[in-house]
Design a protein around this ligand. Structure first.
Ligand code: BES
Ligand code: ZN
Length: 635
């Protein structure tokens, strides 16, 4: 098997592989390292029908009309290609796209067909390419997306914050770009892109590209992304958006009523950019803007280049949840510059990003603060490891035949983080930082495998393999014994307060003894998570009276409180529970709450009643997760 793979690699070199563009080589490396057997020269990449070693998209131009009435994006995608001599077929990913024609740039029809549908992956669009002509190797695909396109959420005015205009946003990661753009939907291929998007005149369009800052009269907006990116970073949002500047190279987009609050909350963004650059090198994407989407956005944030997509649920009014911005910003290096080659290497995106996020937070808010965050992270990780199957707790995932979304657990994020923190502690921060900075530089705009990273690390830093135990972290379950220790006196005190409450101390006394008036969101999270068994109704009442948890406007605190509300069947919290589940669609909040509800018969009935009302307001990503929990389906 190994010999066969080696032969295959050398054959490709002979066949001219050495002359392929870097991105295609990366795809090739990805395939060789992906662990799946190589059956033929066109062996499939995981989760994609694309064959980028044969033909690769270099540039994409989108010309699309956004129609809120039919809920369709329609127009053309023009793909500029590089290909190997003697390759006459292009394989693209599509899922639910209606393809009308495929033509050459000069308008001649090309033969094409859609292959069989595969679960989760959609259908390959197979195009017979014309003879390549000197400098024009492009195809023009006329197509439309369907109203059910999973990446896209079409919101009615009522579903937006201001309730006046419709809104649209996309979420392409992991493999949903193909539901709105025919493309090579794999993180192993990069392309530049440009776009012309036509929207209703009262709306503004923005993308993961150069962006307008105000509306124009035509409703037509043009975009350019000059740096090559993988397809999962294609993004579009359309709505009644306003822009406000934060600093010289940053700003915020939001619906009018949200903008002021958002600008206030993101006050430290420029400082974060500077801190990040100081750590790991220049910011390579020119501007860094953030758009706050309506509350149905299924994630906390999405690192779309130049324009982070964010949930409004981090607008706590006290800047306590801005680590999310540090996280998405950090992806501008880890993920967007150096990209996981396959979704099995997802920790290269997320683990590095959580590590980098922590470093930014430490640089700006100090070690004691960032250690509180690390401690909450560790607690969450330990809990999740208990729930996951052993194989899903290796850093190197095996998502073959599964939805890559299944990889979005605390393993990639937080086991990844602690692995890198362990490396830092072993090697010394100075050496480690020098190494990381050079790593981002050397592999900028390329994809990387787990094995490629480890090899590069071993070649460039003196590592004590025994002390580090790569195998235990990457190819074994659970958390190795050399996992770093997190010290936080702040949270130790909080846990003590929680124990004293359980021991009978009055909440009012806790307020005094622990000066809870000075507590941050993270203190409260830790406090609420310290009660692992059911609280009695009487205890819930006491807590609520003193600390006003049911009234909290902070989404993180609300979430943790509502878990107890469900557990203890605390009826004064039930209205809030319903409000929270219908008022926002962030999967991280929805999933544990629906799961908790579904764990009892009565709760499950209630969950289904709430879901019946809430479901149509959720993005497909969240809907899919909750459908599974409640055993609900589309029909
Ligand atoms: N890139 C992820 C979101 C993602 C991952 C979407 C996989 C689809 C598939 C983003 O950077 C992220 O990690 N978001 C987190 C926030 C973060 C602070 C941990 C989220 O949304 O919870
Ligand atoms: Zn992330």
């Amino acid at each position: 098997m190994i010999i066969f793979r080696f032969m295959f690699a050398s054959l490709l070199v002979i066949a001219g592989f050495a002359f392929l563009p870097a991105q295609v080589q990366a795809a090739q490396t990805a395939r060789e390292n992906s662990g799946s057997s190589v059956k033929s020269e066109a062996a499939a990449l995981p989760h994609s029908f694309a064959r980028p070693t044969e033909v690769a998209i270099k540039h994409l131009h989108l010309d699309l009309k956004v129609d809120f009435r039919t809920k369709k994006l329609s127009g053309t995608a023009t793909l500029s290609l590089t290909r190997q001599a003697d390759i006459a077929r292009l394989y693209l990913d599509t899922d639910g796209l209606d393809i009308f024609s495929v033509k050459t740039i000069t308008g001649e029809d090309l033969k094409w067909n859609l292959g069989d549908r595969q679960a989760k992956l959609g259908r390959p669009l197979i195009v017979d390419l014309p003879q390549p002509s000197a400098n024009q190797d492009s195809v023009v695909i006329s197509y439309a997306s369907r109203p059910t396109a999973e990446a896209v959420q079409w919101l009615t005015p009522e579903q937006t914050t201001d309730k006046k205009h419709p809104f649209l946003f996309t979420q392409s990661q992991a493999i949903l770009a193909r539901t709105w753009v025919p493309c090579q939907d794999t993180p192993a291929v990069r392309m530049t892109y440009s776009a012309k998007i036509q929207v209703p005149r009262e709306l503004l369009a923005v993308m993961s590209a150069s962006n307008p800052q105000e509306k124009n009269n035509s409703g037509i907006y043009e975009f350019e992304m000059k740096q090559p990116i993988p397809s999962y970073l294609l993004a579009l949002a359309v709505g009644d958006l306003q822009f406000q500047k934060l600093g010289p190279r940053s700003g915020v987009y939001a619906e009018p009523s949200v903008l002021k609050k958002a600008v206030w909350e993101l006050n430290d963004t420029e400082r974060m950019i500077s801190a990040a650059e100081k750590l790991y090198g220049a910011y390579r994407w020119d501007r860094y803007d953030v758009i706050f989407l309506p509350s149905s956005f299924p994630f906390g944030g999405m690192e779309n280049p130049r324009l982070t997509f964010a949930t409004p649920t981090i607008l706590a009014g006290d800047r306590s949840l801005v680590a999310l911005i540090a996280h998405e910003l950090a992806h501008s290096w880890s993920g967007n510059l150096v990209t996981n080659a396959t979704w099995d290497d997802f920790w290269l995106n997320e683990g590095f990003t959580v590590y980098f996020e922590q470093r930014i937070m430490e640089a700006i808010y100090g070690r004691e603060y960032s250690e509180m965050l690390a401690r909450l992270t560790l607690d969450g990780l330990l809990e999740e490891i208990q729930e996951l199957k052993a194989r899903d707790t290796w850093l190197k995932l095996d998502l073959s035949g599964r939805n890559p979304d299944d990889g979005m657990t605390a393993i990639a994020y937080d086991k990844g983080y602690f692995f890198l923190r362990m490396l830092e502690e072993n090697l010394g921060r100075e050496k480690w930082d020098t190494f990381l900075k050079a790593y981002f530089d050397k592999f900028a705009f390329q994809s990387m495998t787990t094995e490629g990273f480890v090899k590069h690390l071993k070649e460039n830093l003196e590592t004590d393999g025994e002390k580090i135990d790569f195998n235990a972290w990457i190819y074994s379950p659970g958390l190795p014994p050399n996992c770093p220790v997190v010290k936080t006196e702040e949270l130790t005190q909080v846990a003590k307060a929680a124990r004293e409450f359980l021991g009978g101390k009055q909440p009012a006394q806790i307020t005094i003894d622990y000066e809870t008036g000075k507590w941050t969101t993270h203190h409260w999270n830790h406090f609420l998570r310290s009660f692992d068994s059911k609280l009695k109704i009487e205890q819930m009442k006491q807590l609520d009276e003193e600390f006003q948890f049911t009234q909290s406007g902070n989404s993180e605190i609300t979430h943790d409180w509502l878990i107890h509300v469900i557990d203890s069947e605390y009826s004064p919290g039930m209205t809030k529970l319903e409000e929270f589940l219908t008022g926002q669609g962030r999967r991280k909040f929805l999933k544990p709450l629906y799961e908790k509800l579904a764990s009892t018969e009565r709760g499950k009935i209630m969950a289904k009643q709430i879901y019946l009302k809430a479901r149509s307001g959720y993005h497909a990503v969240s809907r899919q997760t909750i459908d599974e929990i409640l055993g609900v389906s589309d029909e």
